[in-house]
Design a protein around this ligand. Structure first.
Ligand SMILES: CC(C)(COP(=O)(O)OP(=O)(O)OC[C@H]1O[C@@H](n2cnc3c(N)ncnc32)[C@H](O)[C@@H]1OP(=O)(O)O)[C@@H](O)C(=O)NCCC(=O)NCCS
Length: 144
């Protein structure tokens, strides 16, 4: 089994959407996850999409983004056919290595309350859960 992690480009768009879909991760096809917005995001200086390929098939995706204060790990997903073999752990580690260039960084992730697999995954990677924080957002439009 040939296993590779590489940076993704907008040419990987369909593969990324496929992984998020089969992984059950909701995506905003007319908002943040549209081809146009994703292409713009990929051009940001401190943002990288990483993909994990098995035998050249994209089966895992994650976004690493440094905002000057936190290093955010976003949209981590692994194709259900390839779960339980450490791929998410490898992708988290790749993000952690990416953030090293920015110095000492607090690495963070937002995880929904009921998402036990994801919470265990980040727990195993050494992350600590702060339960007193609620996620607040303000949107120009609902599908963004
Ligand atoms: C969460 C997710 C990315 C894990 O992917 P994965 O490649 O199967 O995870 P790994 O094999 O690297 O597992 C690492 C650790 O995570 C935990 N874990 C993974 N799946 C788990 C499950 N179903 N139940 C409980 N713990 C789980 C375990 O601690 C595991 O370590 P172990 O195998 O030594 O016990 C995957 O389940 C997924 O894509 N979920 C849907 C998308 C999603 O919710 N993403 C998170 C957004 S924040």
């Amino acid at each position: 089994m040939d296993r590779l992690i590489r940076k993704l480009t907008i040419d990987d768009y369909e593969g990324i959407i496929r992984v998020w879909s089969v992984a059950g991760l909701p995506f905003k096809s007319t908002g943040r996850d549209s081809r146009e917005m994703m292409a713009a995001e990929m051009k940001l200086d401190a943002c990288e999409y990483f993909g994990l390929l098995i035998d050249q098939r994209l089966v895992g995706v994650v976004i690493a983004q440094y905002d000057g204060r936190h290093g955010w790990i976003n949209r981590l997903a692994v194709d259900p056919d390839y779960r339980g073999i450490g791929l998410a752990g490898d992708l988290i580690e790749t993000c952690e290595k990416y953030f090293e260039r920015f110095g000492e960084v607090v690495i963070s992730a937002l995880i929904e309350d009921e998402n036990t697999p994801s919470m265990s995954c980040f727990g195993k990677a050494g992350f600590e859960c702060i339960t007193s924080i609620k996620y607040w957002s303000k949107r120009p439009r609902a599908d963004l």
